[in-house]
Write a protein that binds this ligand. Sequence first.
Ligand SMILES: Cc1cc2nc3c(=O)[nH]c(=O)nc-3n(C[C@H](O)[C@H](O)[C@H](O)COP(=O)(O)O)c2cc1C
Length: 200
Amino acid sequence: MKNKKITRKITQGLYVLTTKNGGCIVDAVSQVSAGDNPLIAVSVMKKNYTNELLKDNEKFTLSVLGIDVNPEIIKTFGFNSMRDINKFENIETTVVDGVNIIDDSLGYMILEKVDSIDCDTHTLFIGRLVEADMFEDGEPISYGYYQEHKEDLLKVTTEKGKTAWVCTICGYIYYGDEVPEGYVCPICGVGRNLFKKQGE
Ligand SMILES: Cc1cc2nc3c(=O)[nH]c(=O)nc-3n(C[C@H](O)[C@H](O)[C@H](O)COP(=O)(O)O)c2cc1C
């Protein structure tokens, strides 16, 4: 492959996918049919807890994040698992049709699951749009913008004596003097060579 980076030029947005009892940040979202109730597809990593939840839940939502979104939302939903923390504890949400939607968003879509397709590392969940609302006609944050600005967006205060290593692919932060041999990013699975020491 000559240069896989070109795939990063596929324009995608940034969303919080929620379903009953969980949710996570996703960028792999696409409207795949037209009409009053179009189909929308979202690709979810098999290792994510959200994937497990979506197997059993028929309903899920996508909250569309704006360019000035509070980065805490990205950190909470994109770098933590609902297996370990309650993501809804510190982020303001409103329950619509039994599912939490993010208050600090441009609006939301409620989808009813119609199909799911195995895609190697991910499952593609396809939902039919049954409800939608727009809170604000603002500019959505794109995945490309996130990639360009993630170091600022995810700025962390390094604890005394500890060094922060940022995954250049997804922004996950590893603390320690060195990233250990054989370490793989728990979020996106890349190796230690793609971690950059913060501030360098
Ligand atoms: C910018 C960004 C984009 C992401 N895009 C996706 C995505 O499209 N699909 C996905 O499954 N996970 C994606 N993730 C990773 C999940 O949000 C992350 O693994 C999350 O911690 C899973 O939480 P859960 O275990 O509670 O489901 C993304 C994370 C970030 C920070």
